[in-house]
Design a protein around this ligand. Sequence first.
Ligand SMILES: Cc1cc2nc3c(=O)[nH]c(=O)nc-3n(C[C@H](O)[C@H](O)[C@H](O)COP(=O)(O)OP(=O)(O)OC[C@H]3O[C@@H](n4cnc5c(N)ncnc54)[C@H](O)[C@@H]3O)c2cc1C
Length: 461
Amino acid sequence: MTDILEALRDLLDDDAVLAPDQAAQRASSYWDPAPLRAAALVRPRDARETGLVLALCHDRGQPVVTHGGLTGVVDGVRSGPGDVVLSTERMTAIEALDDVGRTVTAGAGVTLQRLQEAAAARGLLVPIDLGARGSCTIGGNVATNAGGINVIRHGMTRDNVLGLEAVLADGTVVTSLNRMVKNNAGYDVRQLFVGSEGTLGVVTRVVVRLVEAPAGRTTALASVPSFDVVPSLLRALERALGGQLTAFEVMWGDYVRAVTEPGLHRAPMGRDHPFYVLVEAEGGDPATDRAAFLAALERVMAGELVTDAVVAHSETERRALWAIREQFEALFERRPIFLYDVSLPLGSMAAYVDEVQARLRRRWPDSRCDAMGHVGDGNLHLFVHPGTATGDDLHAEADDDVYEPLRPIGGSISAEHGIGLEKRDRLPISRSPAEIELMRTVKRALDPRNILNPGKVLPPA
Ligand SMILES: Cc1cc2nc3c(=O)[nH]c(=O)nc-3n(C[C@H](O)[C@H](O)[C@H](O)COP(=O)(O)OP(=O)(O)OC[C@H]3O[C@@H](n4cnc5c(N)ncnc54)[C@H](O)[C@@H]3O)c2cc1C
């Protein structure tokens, strides 16, 4: 049998297939600068070429790891020297932007930001948005069912994908480019692939629902006296702003202090508050929307739900407020650092964070655990630093402290980042044996030779 590199070169143009030494010139991912390891890196242009690659790999039982923008957080793109890496980087066409039906059809490798810009040029909005927008791809967003900062208003990626095209493990192309909101004709094929993290098929094209672009946005950073008032604040703002609230991001005081140290982000208000909330609303009439937003803010301040607030007066000021929430690279100066993404009922959140911090401090007295997240969606991100502790099991020990307290409250070990390799062995915390067995049945049906991202998502049987 010819070597896999040669066999792939027989199928596609020479420049579509990179040898291991060429692949090694790339980083493994956004988070891991180590050289990428692969038996070959293949860059098909479309579903047909993807089908040829997968049919070949299927025949040979050759593992394939799909790569989008490599911003995924759970080690889902990890490859070894025996894997074929399939990158969607050449699937970059925005094929159709239908401003009557309000949909856009795009190649899986189009970055989210490019898609957003194309929609904005026609007065429309892609309802999906996240901090990695400049690098992540729409195919990767579908594969991870990405959440992000607008979920409170527009839902997860799952809610905004109308159709897609995917290639199965054996090379079969499934074209399901539905453009209607309503289509109950049988099983919903597209949803099989949303959130499947490259284990059930390779997504090659996506149809995304668009909505009218807002005429304006109002953004404020508010300080709140304790977490106890956060649920009331959320409800008060939802009630006052109708459906216009698009973001409700809570940051624990220690998180804000860490990212606004001198030389980092400028602190727009006092740095000694216990909690901060970034609030954003979108609407169709900037003048009245802003007035309604300010009135709502005044009411919650009068009701002592908010102690202080800063409202952005320009796009530059808005971006500066968002930078505090989205640009947390400073935390990664602490090494090692473990990033978590969990979800749980809002009412259990403050006690949960207290318990995790207490467990970590008992284990490592000088540890840090900073918290923030899309709290309006019940989603928390934790940044855990074990302080001066050393050892090979630090990450697993931190996992115990973060995940175990989720069991009694029915929380999820993954709100929006997926499972990948990193959380695979913890899946039983959030899914029952019957659920995991059903997932295995689906995997066996679609990928009987287990070539697609093998070893990811599902724990060994
Ligand atoms: C600064 C920053 C902020 C972030 N904020 C958020 C956030 O708010 N919300 C959130 O949900 N995530 C967030 N993320 C995580 C990440 O951006 C998302 O998971 C994103 O959807 C991954 O897209 P990607 O193209 O980079 O995928 P990759 O990282 O390349 O891949 C992720 C997984 O999907 C699979 N995959 C990729 N493309 C395809 C395809 N076409 N077909 C089949 N499988 C595929 C891969 O095999 C892998 O398992 C953030 C990341 C960063 C760096």
